[in-house]
Design a protein around this ligand. Structure first.
Ligand SMILES: Cc1cc2nc3c(=O)[nH]c(=O)nc-3n(C[C@H](O)[C@H](O)[C@H](O)COP(=O)(O)O)c2cc1C
Length: 172
């Protein structure tokens, strides 16, 4: 893996997250980790000075096992994969680490990065330092139709904003 500066990233976050999907991973190889697929999230800039901090925003429902690790740790990683791994991402997004070693099931190979875990198969990894967590709350929806559409069980996400502190790409 090669570390690059966040400003070298050339991507369309809407397309990349929504259509390629990503893995949100938290924990360490030493103390345990878990991972899950996500297709909702943001990348941008907020806080700090001189242009703001490069940040990611992720949305995690309360029942996800991965949430326990995100809440335990100070960091999470976002990993993006070549299209050939989409089936594996589908599996990791429909099975829980509570029930099985799903990473072994898709034959992904976890590797340590500073503050977290990514996968040998990943083309791009963002390491994010948690800054802010807030629940999505029903009364704050201006467009109430989203509540029925996305939260029929009222399992509102927690939103996390994390500073992107390291970016790794796969060696060419
Ligand atoms: C394409 C796709 C996108 C998903 N996006 C999210 C998301 O943004 N937030 C979320 O909480 N769950 C999302 N999920 C669901 C979790 O990945 C899924 O519930 C997973 O099995 C949780 O695993 P865990 O219990 O091991 O954490 C998505 C699933 C798929 C297949």
């Amino acid at each position: 893996m090669k570390e690059i500066h966040v400003n070298e990233l050339l991507l369309n976050p809407m397309d990349k997250i929504a259509h390629e999907w990503m893995l949100i991973t938290a924990g360490t190889l030493e103390n345990g980790y878990n991972t899950m697929t996500a297709s909702w999230g943001h990348m941008g800039s907020i806080w700090g000075h001189g242009g703001g901090l490069p940040t990611s925003v992720i949305f995690v429902r309360p029942q996800r096992y991965t949430k326990e690790f995100i809440d335990r740790e100070d960091y999470y990683t976002l990993s993006f994969f070549p299209a050939e791994h989409k089936k594996a991402l589908g599996y990791l997004g429909s099975h829980s680490g509570r029930d099985e070693d799903k990473v072994a099931a898709v034959d992904f190979h976890p590797v340590s990065v500073p503050h977290g875990v990514t996968f040998e198969e990943a083309a791009l990894t963002l390491v994010c330092r948690k800054i802010y967590r807030a629940p999505i709350v029903e009364e704050n929806f201006i467009d109430k139709s989203v509540v029925e559409d996305c939260y029929p069980k009222r399992d509102f996400h927690d939103m996390y904003i994390g500073e992107i502190v390291e970016v790794y790409t796969k060696d060419a």
